[in-house]
Ligand binder design. Structure first.
Ligand code: CA
Length: 230
């Protein structure tokens, strides 16, 4: 699961962002001040930060600079109400990866976040996902059961990671297609069925090969909705 930080002093915008990001499945921390954001960044690795430039304590540009110094791999998206182009230029020079001008549409923001996270390599210290005896190493893109590798094709791996983020959560077909393929995917949704079938087979094989018998998760079909990794 990706870990996000929202730095926003406006209560209304902050709570809107938090609920939208959490509904989209992102673990999200909210800091209202620049100092708090920088403190949080010393202890928690973040995949992406949504950073309001107009903060009451530290200037957003300065927060961006220090955030990037602490976590160079973290994506920073600036949120600015300032229409001054200079702010955007200075912001991007300070290391920000992207920006959105307020007011923005939530759908647009979520799409940008998704695109950035897809591009971003997993943090070098990203913990493996454990699901029963199945372990998914995001950094090495390796999946193992009792230290035996389960060989997956790239999209099967992506699909498994999405289903396992977190394990046990229902994921709709639309969401899977958007996250694993593309939100603008116009191809047949049959692709998803084919990959789910292949992944099921590989998981079943891994379970069969394990001695002693390992707890390998199975993909449950949720009729009219999608799938769940149980
Ligand atoms: Ca503000």
């Amino acid at each position: 699961m990706s870990s996000l930080l929202v730095v926003e002093d406006d209560e209304k915008i902050g709570s809107m962002l938090l609920s939208a990001l959490e509904s989209a499945g992102h673990e999200t921390t909210w800091e209202r001040l620049g100092a708090g954001a920088l403190d949080a960044a010393t202890t928690t690795p973040f995949d992406l930060v949504l950073l309001d430039l107009g903060l009451p304590d530290v200037d957003g540009i300065e927060v961006c600079r220090r955030l990037k110094a602490r976590q160079p791999g973290c994506v920073v998206v600036m949120l600015t109400a300032r229409h001054d182009e200079m702010d955007v230029v200075v912001g991007l020079e300070s290391g920000a990866d992207d920006y959105l001008i307020k007011p923005f549409r939530m759908a647009e923001l979520l799409a940008r976040v998704r695109a950035h996270l897809r591009r971003a390599a997993p943090a070098p210290n990203a913990a493996p996902i454990a699901c029963g005896d199945l372990s998914i190493d995001l950094v090495a893109r390796r999946c193992t059961v009792q230290a035996r590798e389960v060989v997956l094709r790239p999209k099967e791996f992506d699909l498994l990671v999405r289903l396992a983020s977190p394990p046990g959560a229902a994921v709709s077909r639309d969401q899977l297609i958007a996250d694993v393929w593309d939100r603008n995917w116009f191809g047949s949704t049959k692709t998803l069925d084919v990959h789910v079938a292949a992944l099921r087979q590989r998981l079943a094989q891994a379970a069969e090969l394990s001695t002693p018998a390992a707890a390998v998760p199975a993909i449950t079909t949720l009729r009219g909705h999608g799938y769940r990794l149980d």
